[in-house]
Design a binder for this molecule. Structure first.
Ligand code: HEC
Ligand code: HEC
Length: 211
């Protein structure tokens, strides 16, 4: 199973979005009972959670979902291990999932359609940072990795478009403090370190309205 996953991830680097689903070989139908019994309460059955602290999973790339669930799971075994993602809520839940469950759940949610939040007043600053970064402080344009419409780029870069602003802001702060440290090559930690609170809030609002 491990090598299948590694292969899928490796091959996925050059894969198109269409091939992405096939590579993970998840079966959404097999995920349905787990979704209904466990995930739906917080993320909604269609992955469009209505609670700002719970991220939307709809339309998120399957590989990214798999990585996060494995990272949550690994944090419970060893919170000090490199690349784990600590979460009081998700740790216990991810620990109950098998590798097959994880792949099936990723297939299930990645096939759903993201329903963006009704755009909060998009600050000009948010758009500026998202599209052009901040040359003064060395913050790169978010669009260069997360895409012009926030759709992300499989397999490495997650979708951000339409996500709850509160969740985005919380993740940026967690990357800055190092509470979230599962980003390869410290990509997000390095960026968040250079951002002001104002930039984080503005870009979070902007992203939540992106379609
Ligand atoms: C009790 C509420 C709750 C339940 C139940 C729950 N989640 Fe979560 N989930 C959360 C919260 C809160 C976060 C954000 C954690 C953080 O702040 O890092 C999260 C984060 C995630 C993420 C990371 C998303 C991202 O954008 O990085 C994934 C993937 C995920 N959950 C999948 C699931 C799946 C699959 C299930 C069902 C097996 C599930 N969750 C059940 C509350 C929940
Ligand atoms: C060099 C590429 C790169 C750039 C530029 C970049 N990101 Fe990221 N970002 C990543 C990667 C890679 C991840 C996934 C980390 C992981 O595997 O958990 C990520 C994850 C995130 C997440 C967590 C998403 C979730 O669902 O939990 C947020 C929020 C985020 N980025 C916001 C931003 C913002 C805002 C900017 C611009 C200021 C930005 N990123 C610029 C590479 C980048």
């Amino acid at each position: 199973m491990k090598s299948t996953l590694a292969l899928a991830l490796l091959a996925g680097i050059t894969a198109t979005a269409q091939a992405e689903t096939a590579l993970t070989q998840g079966d959404p139908a097999k995920a349905q009972p787990i979704v209904t019994q466990v995930c739906a309460a917080c993320h909604a059955a269609d992955g469009n959670s209505v609670t700002p602290a719970n991220p939307k999973l709809a339309g998120q790339h399957a590989e990214y979902i798999i990585k996060q669930l494995q990272n949550f799971k690994a944090a419970v075994k060893d919170p000090n291990k490199e690349g784990v993602r600590k979460s009081a809520v998700m740790g216990g839940i991810a620990s109950t999932l098998s590798d097959a469950d994880i792949v099936n759940l990723a297939a299930y949610f990645s096939e759903k359609t993201m329903k963006p939040d009704s755009a909060k007043i998009p600050y000009d600053l948010g758009e500026k940072v998202y599209r052009g970064g901040d040359a003064g402080t060395g913050v790169p344009a978010c669009a260069s990795c997360h895409g012009p419409t926030g759709a992300g780029i499989p397999t490495q870069f997650p979708r951000l478009g339409g996500q709850h602003a509160d969740y985005i802001l919380a993740q940026l702060k967690a990357f800055r403090s190092g509470d979230r440290a599962n980003d390869a090559g410290k990509m997000m930690r390095t960026i968040a370190n250079k951002m002001s609170d104002q930039e984080m809030q503005a870009v979070a609002n902007y992203v939540s309205g992106l379609k």
